[in-house]
Structures are given as structure tokens and as C-alpha cells.
Design a protein. Structure first.
Length: 79
């Protein structure tokens, strides 16, 4: 999937998400707080979906996070 023509790929920040073992390229901007927009990569807990600035912070969070599965039973429904 390619961004719409005329959109500036460099304006999408953060440009990468670390979600569990997956590194995901961001296609569209999201309304994160300003101090998160300067980051090149955002780290997201795959269980509670909290976002963090660093892998070190994510590791500390994962040690305390009580969830061990996504927050719902259904992730996606086509149609």
C-alpha cells in the first residue's frame, strides 16, 4: 500500500512502530502528543496497546503489565 500521491512520507512521525516482534512502517499520521512526534520509532505494548518512547521503557512495562492477550476477542471483521 502506498501513501496518497502528494503526501510527504517524511512528515509521518513516528515512521515506525514496534509491536511485539514486528516492526511496522507507518502509512498515515496519528495524533500522538508532541513529544512523541519527534521519535523515529514508537514502541507499543501488544497486550494493552499503551505506547512508549523506548524499548527500555517497554521492557519495564511488560514486566508489570497484567494483560497477556489482546484487550478483546475479535481483532478484525471483514465486511
Amino acid at each position: 500500500i502506498k501513501p496518497k500521491s502528494g503526501s510527504d512520507a517524511t512528515s509521518r512521525k513516528p515512521s515506525l512502530l514496534q509491536f511485539g516482534k514486528y516492526e511496522i512502517s507507518v502509512l498515515y499520521s496519528s495524533p500522538y502528543p508532541k513529544d512523541y512526534l519527534r521519535l523515529s520509532k514508537l514502541y507499543v505494548c501488544e497486550f494493552c496497546l499503551k505506547f512508549m518512547k523506548s524499548m527500555k521503557t517497554l521492557d519495564r512495562h511488560l514486566a508489570k503489565c497484567l494483560l497477556r492477550h489482546p484487550p478483546a476477542d475479535e481483532i478484525y471483521r471483514k465486511g
